[in-house]
Design a protein around this ligand. Structure first.
Ligand code: AMP
Length: 555
C-alpha cells in the first residue's frame, strides 16, 4: 500500500522562495572584484535571481544547458547559483586555479553554452575563447563602466542584463532528479571527471547542514563563507543558508589572514568554513600581529575539511578564539558532506585535550550516508578503531557515475562507491582518514599514515607546512621522508623537528630524513600534490645507519 502524502519535488528554487518569504531581511554581504562591499538580503537576492533567470532565457539558455562560472565568492555568483539551477539549466562552477588546458578541457567536455566570469579572469577567458567551441557567449560579472575591451565574444555585461530583465519569473516545477550543478574533480592523474548533482540531492544535503548534529546552521548564524563557490558547491552552504535564513558573508578574492580577520570582526561572523591552508594563514596573521582585538572575534564554530585538520589548528581555535572546530570529510562525489565531527554527550565534560582527540578524527556519518571499510579482497573490516581499509560510501547525495560516462561503472554490485581513501572507523562510528590509498607508506609490511605524520609535524614551532611521502628503502620497502616549508624568519632544523615528534608518533613512524623546500606543490583545491613530490624525490637517498626502529621491532 502506498502512502498518501503529496509528491512535491525537492527543488533549489524552493530554497530561495522560502528565504524570500521567511527571512527577507537576512543579510548577504559581499566583497566585489573592485574591493568594495555590496550589501543586500534574501529579498534582493530573490529579485535579482528572477531577473537573471529572465536574462538567461533571453540569451537562449535552455533547460539542461550547462552555464559555466569562473568567479570568486560574491553576490553575483550566488545569484547564478539560484537562477541557473532554478530555471532548469546546470550550473558548472569551474575552479579557476586549474591549469588553463584543464579548464579548456572541462569547458569543452561539459559543452558549456555560456561562461560568466569575474574581471580578474578576463585574460584567462580571452586566451581560451578561441578553443571553447560550444560557447555561445560570455558574460562579465561587472557593470557597464568596468567592462573590459572585448577581443572575444559575444561579450555581455552582467549588470546590463539584469537591468534589462523583468523581475517577474515563475520558477518551473521540475522533476527533482533534474541535474542542477556540475563540478569536475581535480584528479591527480587522468582527466578531470564531472560530478553531476541533482535538485533532490542538493536539497537533501542542505537539510544535513542545518541539522543540529550536522553543521547546525540556522538563522542565528552569520556565516563567513571562505570555501569557494567553485569547490563542490561551497560545501552546500549557499543552499543550506537559504533553507534556514543564515546571514552570508562572501569574502571575494581576499582570503589572506588580515582580510579574513577584519571581515569576520566587521560582520560579527560566528560560523565559518575553509580548508586547513586558509586557517594556517589566518593564525599566522594573528600570531605575527600583536594587539589584535581577539575578543571582538565572535567565531563559535568553524568547519575545516578538504584535507585533514591539523591538531595545531583545532587547539588554536580553542585557545585563542574559544571556537569549536568541526572537522568534516567528504569529496566532490559526496556533494561533499559525508562525515561531520560533532561530540557525543559522553565527550562534553572531557578536558580540552581529550576533546581535541575526538576533533582530529573526521567525524561520524550523517544520516543518509552509509560507510564501510574493506580489505584488498573486499572483505568487510571491523569498526574497532584499529583495522584500516578502503573506505566505501553510498547514499542519496553520493554520485552514481561521472558525467558522460567517464570512468565507466563506478559502483559495485551493492551500490558502494570506493572513495580512494584509507580509513579506520571506531566503535562510536568516528572515521579517521589515514591516507589516500595511493599515498600510504608501506614500511616493513605495515602502513604508516602520512596524514598523521604531517599533522604532527605542523604542530612544531617554525614549521609552516609539511608533506610526508614514502621513499624506496632496501630493507623496509619504503620509509617516510618529511618535506618541510619553514615559517618565514624561522630556522628550525631537521633534528629539532624529529625531536618534537618523539613521543607523539609511534617510534617506527619516525621519518628517516627531513628536507626543506621553499614551497610545496598543491592541486587546484589546495591539496598536497604528492605525485609530484614522489617524482621530485624519487631518487632521494635516505641517510644510512640511522634508520629508526622498524615496524617489526615495534611489534
Ligand atoms: P575533492 O573531491 O577535491 O573534494 O577531494 C576529496 C578528498 O579530499 C577526499 O577523498 C579526501 O582524500 C580529502 N579530504 C576531504 N576532507 C578531508 C578531511 N577532513 N580529512 C582528510 N582528508 C580529507
Amino acid at each position: 500500500m502506498l502512502g498518501l502524502m503529496q509528491q512535491r519535488p525537492l527543488l533549489i528554487s524552493s530554497l530561495l522562495s522560502y528565504a524570500e518569504t521567511y527571512h527577507p531581511g537576512a543579510e548577504i554581504v559581499s566583497r566585489t572584484g573592485e574591493g568594495a562591499f555590496h550589501r543586500y538580503d534574501y529579498r534582493g537576492l530573490g529579485v535579482r535571481a528572477r531577473q537573471l533567470a529572465n536574462a538567461l532565457v533571453a540569451l537562449g539558455v535552455k533547460p539542461g544547458d550547462r552555464v559555466a562560472t569562473l568567479a570568486w565568492n560574491s553576490h553575483r555568483h550566488l545569484e547564478l547559483y539560484f537562477a541557473v539551477s532554478g530555471m532548469g539549466a546546470v550550473l558548472h562552477t569551474i575552479n579557476p586555479r586549474l591549469f588553463a588546458e584543464q579548464i579548456e578541457y572541462i569547458a569543452n567536455h561539459a559543452e558549456d553554452s555560456f561562461v560568466f566570469f569575474d574581471l580578474s579572469f578576463t585574460a584567462l577567458v580571452e586566451g581560451m575563447a578561441p578553443r571553447l567551441l560550444g560557447v555561445k557567449g560570455y558574460v562579465a560579472l561587472a557593470d557597464r563602466g568596468q567592462m573590459p575591451a572585448a577581443t572575444f565574444g559575444p561579450l555581455h555585461c552582467y549588470e546590463d542584463l539584469i537591468a534589462a530583465a523583468d523581475a517577474d519569473y515563475d520558477w518551473p516545477v521540475l522533476d527533482e532528479n533534474t541535474a542542477s550543478s556540475l563540478c569536475y574533480t581535480s584528479g591527480t592523474t587522468g582527466n578531470p571527471k564531472g560530478v553531476l548533482y541533482s535538485h533532490r540531492s542538493t536539497v537533501l544535503h542542505a537539510f544535513c547542514a542545518c541539522a543540529r548534529d550536522g553543521l547546525s546552521l540556522s538563522s542565528a548564524d552569520s556565516v563567513m563563507l571562505i570555501v569557494p563557490l567553485f569547490h563542490v558547491n561551497a560545501w552546500g552552504i549557499p543552499y543550506a543558508a537559504a533553507m534556514c535564513g543564515a546571514k552570508l558573508v562572501l569574502p571575494g578574492q581576499a582570503l589572506d589572514g588580515k582580510s579574513v580577520f577584519d571581515l569576520m570582526v566587521a560582520e560579527a561572523c560566528n560560523f565559518s568554513l575553509g580548508v586547513p591552508t586558509v586557517w594556517l594563514n589566518f593564525f599566522r596573521y594573528i600570531e605575527e600581529t600583536p594587539g589584535l582585538p581577539l575578543a571582538e572575534v565572535k567565531l563559535e564554530r568553524v568547519v575545516v575539511g578538504g584535507s585533514a585538520a591539523p591538531r595545531a589548528i583545532i587547539e588554536k581555535f580553542h585557545a585563542l578564539l574559544g571556537a569549536f572546530t568541526i572537522q568534516a570529510w567528504g569529496m566532490s562525489e559526496t556533494s561533499p558532506l559525508a562525515t561531520i565531527g560533532n561530540l557525543l554527550p559522553k565527550h562534553r565534560n572531557l578536558p580540552v585535550e581529550e576533546i581535541v582527540d575526538v576533533q582530529v578524527k573526521q567525524g561520524r556519518a550523517i544520516y543518509g550516508v552509509e560507510l564501510r571499510i574493506v580489505d584488498a579482497d573486499g572483505k568487510r573490516l571491523a569498526h574497532d578503531g584499529a583495522e584500516a581499509g578502503d573506505l566505501l560510501v553510498r547514499g542519496p547525495w553520493v554520485t552514481s557515475g561521472y558525467f558522460r560516462g567517464e570512468g565507466g561503472e563506478v559502483l559495485d554490485d551493492d551500490g558502494w562507491f570506493a572513495t580512494g581513501d584509507v580509513a579506520k572507523i571506531d566503535s562510536d562510528g568516528y572515521v579517521r582518514i589515514t591516507d589516500r590509498s595511493k599515498d600510504v607508506i608501506k614500511s616493513g609490511g605495515e602502513w604508516i599514515s602520512s596524514i598523521d605524520l604531517e599533522n604532527a609535524a605542523v604542530g612544531c614551532p617554525g614549521v609552516q607546512e609539511a608533506a610526508v611521502i614514502g621513499v624506496r628503502h632496501d630493507k623496509w620497502q619504503e620509509r617516510p621522508l618529511l618535506i618541510v616549508v619553514r615559517k618565514p624568519g624561522h630556522d628550525v632544523t631537521g633534528a629539532a623537528i624529529l625531536g618534537f615528534l618523539t613521543g607523539k608518533i609511534p617510534k617506527w613512524w619516525m621519518p628517516d630524513d627531513v628536507v626543506f623546500v621553499d614551497e610545496l606543490p598543491h592541486t587546484a583545491t589546495g591539496k598536497l600534490l604528492k605525485l609530484k613530490l614522489r617524482q621530485q624525490f624519487a631518487d632521494h637517498v635516505l641517510p644510512q645507519g640511522g634508520t629508526p626502529s622498524s615496524a617489526a621491532a615495534a611489534g
